[in-house]
Design a protein around this ligand. Sequence first.
Ligand code: GLU
Length: 274
Amino acid sequence: MCGIFGCASKTGNVAPIIHAALKRLEYRGYDSVGEATVYEGRLYVKKDKGKIDDVHRLHNLDDLPGRIGIGHTRWATHGAPYQVNAHPHLDCGERIAVVHNGIIENFAELKRELEELGHRFVSKTDTEVIPHLIEENLKKGLSMIEAVREALKRLEGSYAIAIISTLEPDKILCAKRESPLIIGVSDDAMYCASDIPAFLPLTNRVVVIEDGEMVVLTSNGYEIWNIDEWRPVTRKPDVIPWTPEMAEKGGYPHFMLKEIHEQPICLRNTLRLQ
Ligand code: GLU
């Protein structure tokens, strides 16, 4: 189980917030780490294989500029744990950055199709088809939100995704199918993450996203959309009474019980093929 995280803030730079949140997701296991932000019309990306502390020592994960960004801890399924395979992944024009948790099962056929259209791939991951699909949709004249929605419709498999772009620099677009995605709501920032502990020291107001939903996140709020029918979904935040320590136990009274309940998903992850 890897982790995704995103933050759109009204106040300062988000890179240190993303770094701290990824540390809180470390318990899920990972082999690589990365962050991307948008600032003054361009994307800033840092990523590498290895532990968060080691990657931070080497690259300084905290000095990416900008009030909006995404982060990832990777558990490789397609492509070995090398820097080039770490997330975020970008499109050819370097305007779109994507982090993804899950497996895109039809990536080989999508990749072939996109390569025939002239897209250049740099990694061996399944994830990299996503930014290129979005880029291809933008070429057809779709807006960023439409381009993401149409790309999602082509994906088979599982995903929790967070996307930033220079085209909509105040938005994080996220979506989910069969991988967890939670929104965190606070007065000065909005968050998305694969698990509640990622943002629990920052807010305890959470919105659980369901399969087939896409979220448009800004520093001011969130909109949820049903992807197939493209209708808005109204869902108010729940206030969770957990302390950060309780959240790490996922609501279970102790870690052993949590680990017992996580066996099916751990087993599924262990059996993932390279
Ligand atoms: N399938 C993607 C990869 O291998 C994401 C893996 C994950 O969930 O961390 O990069």
